[in-house]
Design a protein. Structure first.
Length: 170
């Protein structure tokens, strides 16, 4: 599967100077979406994941189908103000801004093996904050998976102690 054919490149979105990688054509194509999810499912299965964690919003469309394929749970990491119960929080920077991510305090059990899924690794800010939250609750991050890695932004440098699987680089 040539996944690259299913990514639309949009210049100056959401801000001038950003080259945005739009994954919606991949999601719209049944075989491409299914194939990507199968690869991630095999990855998470090999790592014996107990739970899949995904950051809002695009991490949901990648993470949820992996979790249901493996018949394991999915835990959402959300932007501040969206989760209704007690949370842990992490402030982070990303390619085009700053934000706060939150995780329900009871969402991860100590010792659970976690695979984190998202659409794209850019600066690594989002994923580092997600890892911080999972580890704060005692989860063990066994793997990270992304559709796309923007290698120029060196996100991997922040993630040297973690296992990473990506379907395409640019
Ligand atoms: O590696 P980073 O520099 O942190 O950038 C990557 C993150 O940025 C995008 O999410 P965004 O915050 O735009 O949210 P969205 O999924 O709700 O659009 C993308 O889906 C990743 O989560
Ligand atoms: N260049 C980019 N394209 C799509 N999503 C992103 N998230 C962070 N940087 C991005």
């Amino acid at each position: 599967m040539n996944y690259r054919d299913y990514i639309a490149i949009v210049k100056d979105f959401p801000k001038e100077g950003i080259v945005f990688k739009d994954i919606t054509p991949l999601l719209q194509d049944g075989p491409a979406y299914q194939s990507a999810i199968e690869e991630f499912t095999n990855y998470a299965n090999r790592l014996h994941a107990d739970v899949i964690v995904g950051p809002e919003a695009r991490g949901f469309v990648v993470g949820c189908p992996i979790a249901t394929s493996l018949k394991i749970g999915f835990v959402p990491v959300r932007k501040k103000g969206k989760l209704p119960r007690e949370t842990v929080e992490a402030t982070y920077g990303k390619e085009y801004g700053e934000d706060v991510l939150c995780l329900h305090r009871d969402a991860i059990k100590p010792g659970q093996k976690v695979v984190i899924a998202d659409d794209l690794l850019a600066t690594g800010g989002t994923i580092s904050a997600t890892i911080e939250l999972v580890e704060k609750l005692g989860g063990i991050v066994v793997g990270l998976c992304f559709l796309i890695e923007l290698t120029d932004l060196n996100g991997r440098e922040k993630l040297q102690n973690y296992e990473i699987f990506t379907l395409m680089e640019n």
